[in-house]
Ligand binder design. Sequence first.
Ligand code: AMP
Length: 438
Amino acid sequence: MEPASFEALSLDVPLLRALADEGYERPTQIQRDSIPPALAGRDLLAIAPTGTGKTAAFTLPILQRLARESRPGPRVIRALILTPTRELALQVETSLTAYGRHLALTSAVVMGGVNMNPQIRALRKGVDILVATPGRLLDLMQQGHVKLDSVQVFVLDEADRMLDMGFIHDVRRIAARVPAARQTLFFSATMPPPVAELAHTLLRDPARVEVAPEPVARPRITQRLMFVDQKDKFGLLVSLLHQFAGGRVLVFARTKHRADKIVRQLSRNGIRADAMHGNKSQNARVRTLADFAAGKLRVLVATDIVARGIDVDGISHVINFDLSDEPENHIHRIGRTARAGASGVAISFCDHDEIEKLWQIARLHDEPLPQDTGHAFHRPAITSAYDDFAAVRVGGRRAPAPAATAHRREGGGHRGPGDKPGRPRGFGRRRRRGGHRR
Ligand code: AMP
C-alpha cells in the first residue's frame, strides 16, 4: 500500500516541520510516487500538471539530498531547476524557501525581463540551488557568471511548455553543460512525441510516474486590474471593501507611511484595519497577524517587506493599492490569497505614474492582467496611455510586452451612472507631494 504520510516517505525532520508549517497534512499522489525514487537517486519521468503538488515532488528530494551532503567551503550550484516562465521560476523559489526554511541551503532565481545585476550579485555570493529560465541562464553562462560543473540534480519543470515556447535548443545546450553523472528529474503535464524524445535523451533508466490531470489543490487566483487616478484610489478601496464585506482582505501599500495613512483613513470611514510593516515591533506584528487569522481583524494593510511573513489561510482578496516597486514582489503578494487549495481574487490599482511598473509585472506573467473597467473610478485615459507605452516598448524586445486591452467586466463590479459613491474622507484631497518615504 502507498504510504499516506510524509513521515512514511523518509523525509528528514526539518522538512517535516516545514510541511507542518505549510499546513500540508499528507502527500499528494505525485509526491507519494515521486519522492521515494527521487530520494533513492533515480532519474524520474513524471507526467503531472500544475496543481497536483508537483513542485514539492521535486523540491523536497533536492533539499533533503543537498542538506545531507552539505560540506564546508564555498557554495556551488548543486541543483539546477529550469522553468519555462519567470512566474513559474518565482513560484518554485518561493516553494524552496518555504520547504527549506529549517535548513541552511540557499537558492536564487535568474530570469529575463528584470535587471541582471542583482542576479549576478546573488550568484557571486554562492548558491546551492539555482532556478532559471533558459534564455537568461545561457546569457549568464556566456558571461562566465554561472558554472554548472558541480550540478548533481537537474530538473526540467513543465517540459512540454518549454518546448511550446521554443526553448528546445536552449534546453539542449544547457543540458550539455551539466555533468553527465547527475540525477535528472523531468516533469511535464503532457507527453507528446517531441517531449518524449527529449526525455529519452536526457534520462537514464527513469522511474515513471503519472497522475491523472485532475488537480488536487490548484491555486485559483483571479487577477483584476483597475486603472484609477491616484486621488480616487481610496474611494475605490472603500467601495471594494463594502463589496467584500465578510471577506478577509490584505491591502498592499508602497510605503509604511502610506500603509499607516490608509489605516487611519479607513478608521475614519468606519472600517477597522491595522498595519503591518517594518516599523512595527515583533510583538505587535504577531498580535496583528493572530487577530487577522482569527477573523477579529478583517482588513490588514501591509508593505512588501512583511509580505512573505503573512502566511494566513482564508485571505479572500489581495488589493494592491500601489503596485510594487519590484515586479517579483507582485507574485509574492498575490500568493497570499488562494492558499491551501482555496480560491482568491487579487486586484491591482494602477494610476498614470505606475504604468511602467505594470508593464514589468505583465512581462513577468507573460500575459496582460485582465482589466476590470466596471468600477466607478475607471479612467480610460490610463488604459490608452498604458497601451501606447507597451507598444513603444515592444520594439526590438525578445518577449512581447503585453498590452492591457483584455477588457473584462466581472460580476458585481459594474455600476450604472449615479452609482458613484460619495468621496470618502481623506486620500486624494490634497495634491500629491511627490515621492513618499519608504
Ligand atoms: P503545484 O502543483 O506544485 O503548483 O502545487 C499546487 C498547490 O498545492 C500549491 O499551492 C501547493 O502549496 C499546494 N500543495 C502542494 N502539496 C500539497 C500537500 N501535500 N497538501 C496540501 N497542499 C499542497
